[in-house]
Every structure is written in C-alpha cells, then in structure tokens.
Design a protein around this ligand. Sequence first.
Ligand SMILES: [Zn+2]
Length: 193
Amino acid sequence: MVETISPRSGTAFTLDRGQTLTVIDPEGRQVADLLAYSRADTREVISSGRTLDYASRLYLTTGDRLYSNRSTVMLDIIADDVGRHDFLLTPCSKETFAIIYGDADPHRGCFGNLVAALAPYGIEPDAIPVAFNCFMNVPIDGSTGAFTVEPPLSRAGDTVTFRAEMDLIIGLTACSALQSNGGAFKPIQYRID
Ligand SMILES: [Zn+2]
C-alpha cells in the first residue's frame, strides 16, 4: 500500500529486517529526508560519516550500503531511478529558515517534523544526525569544495528503494525547504514490501 506524506510534514514507522522501503517522488523535484535507528538500541543511528568513508564517494546509488555509527549496515540501496541524492546536509529546521531564508516566523522544517514523529519511539532531538536526503541535488565543485542546492533531478514517479539489514525505526519527510525542491512544496509517497 502506498502511503502519502503531505507537503512540509513527516512520519516515522518501523521497518523489519528483509523488508524494502520504496520512496516515491509522485510529482517530481521533491526531497525526502530519511533517518534510520536500530530498534534494538536507538543510540545506533544512520551515519553519513561512516557511510561516505566506506563508499569513498559522495553520491550514493544502487549497490551502496548505508552504515550506522557502529559501522553496521542498516540499509542497502537496491534500486534507484535518479542516482542523485545528498548525504552531507542536516534536515532543514527553524534555524535553517531563519539563517538562510531570513524568515521571521520560520516553519519547524524537516527537523521539527522528525522530532515530532520520532518522539513516540523515545528518540530525542539531539539524536538526529545528517539524514540521507533522497533526491536532494547538491552539486559540488571538486577543486574548491563549494556546493549549491539545486532542484532535484527526479521526475514524477521516480523512486529509490532500500532493503533493511536490521530491524529499524525509520523517519521520513516531505522536505519543507523551497531551495531543495525547486521552489514548490510537494508530497512524498512510500511503500513497504
Ligand atoms: Zn527539509
């Protein structure tokens, strides 16, 4: 069954070892922040630093593995229509909108949405790390390291699929940042098989 995450919101759910999670961009050019925690011990969490170190590459796609802070594989990417995702940047937050956009009354962002969705699992705000940002397009200048946030390359109906390698709690959002999504807020969908 396909579930829908409304624009500028988020959710959390469990994913059992062996199950697959397909993240769908139904309208195109929309980012979804993905977090994973071990259900056995929620202090074990998805780690950008470990994963990028082992991959030796910033752009991850089919065949790449997402590691925890304890260097255990949490998720494998088993299918990917887009091939451009970000694993450098933290979830957008109230502060993001104040600092980058100068918003006077900022939205709580993916960070606030994840805090709310993960609270019932006992996960605290300070335990939210860099998310795997599905479809987020962050081109990087290889010589200077300068980067920009550009509209996603995903088109309507594009997907990325992960297989759980341990029992997980997943946090997932429809990103709240205009810059990430080409200037429009859209939903995200997902399916568990
Ligand atoms: Zn966001």
